[in-house]
Design a protein around this ligand. Structure first.
Ligand code: ZN
Length: 256
């Protein structure tokens, strides 16, 4: 069984003590491909170092995370633009709007998001979108910028049925992570109705750890728990879920 972790931050310092073991664990659990969403310039070198150490397994994205959009965001955008012009990234991400942690840079977040959607179109790359308390702000922007060419994923999807339908109408994917294993999240009921063709898997490690390890540090090997839960929700074999979501991820991120 092969799985793709489409969103994992294994380059963060949470893994400094045992990063190699974490990569080995993932591969031994069938998670041979790990996609690394960027955050900002402070963790950029670590992300590239990990990608260079494991060029067959770890693939970087480039983008400015909405919680890192501060007064200096023009400098951060310069790094994103410069790196994109080098052409060695699988996606523009993670980008988006986050109104949970800080609303004071909302205008700058919107500007950075819109510009990075356009960069994705320019470089023909998919986008990995972070939404937190912000679906109603993000959706009209994506819709407005949307063309037949714009593709991507709403990472760590935890929304409602009507939000899922809007994402489907955009032709985007939903990244399913640990939230689906949380009791009372209500996500299983929503995901049950989403066509499989719109689903990919992710851990968002070290965050959002699935049951039975909820509360502990997350890692890419735990993607197996998410796949099992999704299989249970969809009432199909986990091997089939692996096959479908892996294929979806390969197509979206052009991993062949
Ligand atoms: Zn993330």
């Amino acid at each position: 069984m092969k799985l793709i972790d489409t969103h994992t931050h294994l380059y963060l310092d949470n893994f400094d003590a045992d990063r190699n073991q974490i990569i080995k664990n993932a591969i031994s659990h069938g998670v041979e491909t790990m996609l690394l969403p960027a955050i900002d310039s402070t963790s950029f070198d670590a992300m590239m170092e990990l990608s260079n150490l494991h060029p067959q397994n770890c693939f970087p994205m480039i983008g400015l995370h909405p919680t890192s959009v501060k007064d200096n965001y023009e400098n951060e955008m310069e790094l994103v633009e410069k790196e994109l012009s080098k052409g060695s990234y699988i996606a523009v991400g993670e980008i988006g709007i986050d109104l949970y942690w800080d609303k004071s840079h909302f205008d700058q977040q919107k500007d950075a998001f819109k510009r990075q959607l356009r960069l994705a179109l320019k470089y023909k790359l998919p986008v990995a979108i972070h939404t937190r308390d912000s679906f109603d702000e993000i959706y009209p922007i994506v819709k407005e910028e949307s063309t037949d060419e714009l593709t991507g994923v709403f990472h760590c999807f935890g929304g409602t049925e009507s939000e899922a339908q809007k994402i489907i109408d955009l032709g985007f994917m939903m990244g399913i992570g640990g939230i689906i294993t949380f009791k009372n999240s209500g996500l299983a009921e929503v995901v049950q109705k989403i066509p499989n063709i719109h689903l990919i898997l992710e851990t968002d490690a070290p965050f959002l750890t699935p049951a039975p390890y909820r509360g502990k540090r997350n890692q890419s090997a735990y993607l197996t728990y998410i796949a099992s839960k999704l299989a249970e929700v969809k009432k199909i074999d986990v091997e089939e879920i692996a096959e479908i979501t892996t294929k979806n991820a390969i197509v979206l991120f052009k991993l062949v």
